[in-house]
Design a protein around this ligand. Structure first.
Ligand SMILES: [Zn+2]
Length: 274
């Protein structure tokens, strides 16, 4: 699933293309992506709305409309793109939400496997939703001490806690693996047992990695595309994710891949990460 750097890239690409535009009509291919909104209400409420802003929160792209927030959480195969003509051809069957805008262009959310989600919230409902998500790791007001205090509340494995959006926003499997390797922390260690010093390092490394990944326009392993339809380049800088059984870049020990921590792949170096 696209994580903070990928969704940030999508938002930066799409925002200038839709800013100030008015939505004229909307079409939805499948209802299974909708959360808390019916097809009927979505298709009735979107036309006539003007885009007043767009931002990222956690792994969501949030489009601000007059009195609504259109919230899209792209799935693994999800992409948000703007087309100058109505999309046609075989690929168009994956277009889940197609919005015609007043400049005759189309804002499209496409998703081959439809693992993404779409919400339509009032500003008040958005506030409530937003309050359930943890701090943004790149927020300049967020500090290592708050990061440590927050995550330490859990006795779960640090990797699980890093990926839990209640504790910290936007981090998924790829960047959790990379940050824990950079900070030399065993991914299975209980979050409550990690020292302040290690949290300090983890906080700095997590920020550095996320910032570098944003600059690289995200990580494309298979499906992720930027808002311009291109691949990201951070996959070239991954040190552990996707490298199980390969030598550790730091000590040459063979990296281990395990599914024991959460159902996802965790790749780590048992010598460097203790
Ligand atoms: Zn190592």
């Amino acid at each position: 699933m696209p994580e903070l750097p990928e969704v940030e890239t999508i938002v930066r690409d799409i925002r200038p293309q839709i800013a100030g535009r008015k939505f004229l009509s909307a079409a939805l291919s499948h209802d299974d992506v909708l959360r808390g909104v019916s097809r009927r209400r979505l298709l009735k409420d979107l036309p006539g709305q003007r885009v007043t802003g767009m931002f990222r929160r956690a792994k969501h792209a949030v489009i601000e409309l007059g009195d609504q927030r259109l919230v899209i959480q792209p799935g693994m195969t999800g992409a948000l793109l703007v087309y100058s003509k109505r999309p046609a051809g075989p690929g168009a069957r994956y277009n889940v939400l197609t919005i015609r805008m007043d400049d005759k262009r189309y804002l499209v959310y496409e998703d081959v496997r439809r693992l993404g989600t779409i919400l339509l919230l009032s500003p008040r409902q958005w506030e409530k939703y937003d309050a359930g998500i943890g701090p943004e790791p790149l927020d300049p007001d967020y500090q290592a001490t708050a990061f440590a205090a927050g995550l330490k509340r859990s006795r779960q494995a640090i990797k699980k806690v890093l990926m839990d959006q209640k504790y910290i926003a936007g981090v998924g499997n790829i960047y959790a693996n990379e940050a824990l390797f950079a900070a030399r922390i065993d991914p299975s260690k209980a979050a409550s047992k990690i020292s302040d010093q290690s949290y300090d390092l983890l906080f700095r490394e997590l920020r550095r990695i996320l910032e570098t990944a944003v600059a690289a326009q995200g990580t494309t392993i298979r499906d992720y595309r930027t808002g311009m339809g291109e691949s990201g380049t951070f996959q070239l800088e991954l040190l552990v994710y996707g490298r199980e059984h390969q030598p550790c870049r730091r000590c040459a020990t063979r990296l281990v891949g395990t599914h024991d921590i959460d159902a996802r792949i965790t790749v780590f170096c048992y010598r460097c990460q203790t």
